[in-house]
Design a protein around this ligand. Structure first.
Ligand SMILES: [Zn+2]
Length: 202
């Protein structure tokens, strides 16, 4: 069972920039890691970093969901940092449309562990139930979004660790499996998932 921990109170700055659920049409996968970024432990650490450096996002938490491995071979944590209807500035003009999911680490240089990869697949699949189950159309790495970054050479989340073509195939398979369990996505299920996957089983 995958449990998503509610860290919204620690991460959301309280300024509301909400969109209608229907406006969320994509999922964007990011890394949070690299030489220009500090080492942080969790979603609250990311939120503190952006709060302290308002030149990046105006001080706002960019990501809705944060995934990380607590230590080598340690358990995987999934934290919800923003409500699904709240826009975090994570991909310029795509921020309204795409739900931002960040994985801690520099995946340009390292591959995720098997467990971290699997949990990321599970979360993307669960979110695809909210957004649209046509994964090949809606799941994108940050760098794949046209004009989604001010840095044209950005490699996010990192082709080495998260090759997006492979992710889309694996997430599609997971969605098909979830559909055998939950049925096809419908509005009731989406409402249930509005506060994301808290406590729900994958
Ligand atoms: Zn990114």
């Amino acid at each position: 069972m995958l449990r998503v921990v509610d860290r919204i109170a620690e991460c959301d700055d309280g300024r509301h920039q909400e969109v209608l659920p229907e406006a969320r049409t994509h999922i964007a996968l990011h890394r949070f890691g690299g030489p220009t970024l500090p080492y942080v432990h969790d979603a609250a650490g990311i939120a503190r970093f952006y709060r302290a450096h308002p030149s990046y996002t105006g001080g706002q938490m960019p990501y809705s969901v944060v995934i990380y491995q607590t230590r080598e071979y340690g358990p995987i944590m999934v934290e919800q940092a923003l409500p699904i209807s709240e826009v975090g500035p994570h991909a310029l003009r795509w921020s309204d449309e795409a739900i931002g999911v960040a994985v801690l680490g520099d995946f340009r240089k390292a591959k995720p562990s098997f467990e971290l990869w699997n949990v990321t697949v599970d979360i993307c699949a669960a979110l695809a139930f909210w957004v649209n189950d046509n994964v090949s159309e809606i799941l994108r790495g940050h760098s794949e979004l046209p004009h989604g970054s001010s840095d044209p050479d950005k490699d996010c989340p990192g082709e080495l660790g998260f090759p997006m073509d492979k992710m889309r195939v694996v997430v599609t398979n997971k969605v098909r499996w979830l559909e055998t369990k939950w049925g096809t996505p419908n509005l009731d299920l989406k409402r249930e998932l509005q506060l994301l996957v808290m406590g729900f089983e994958i």
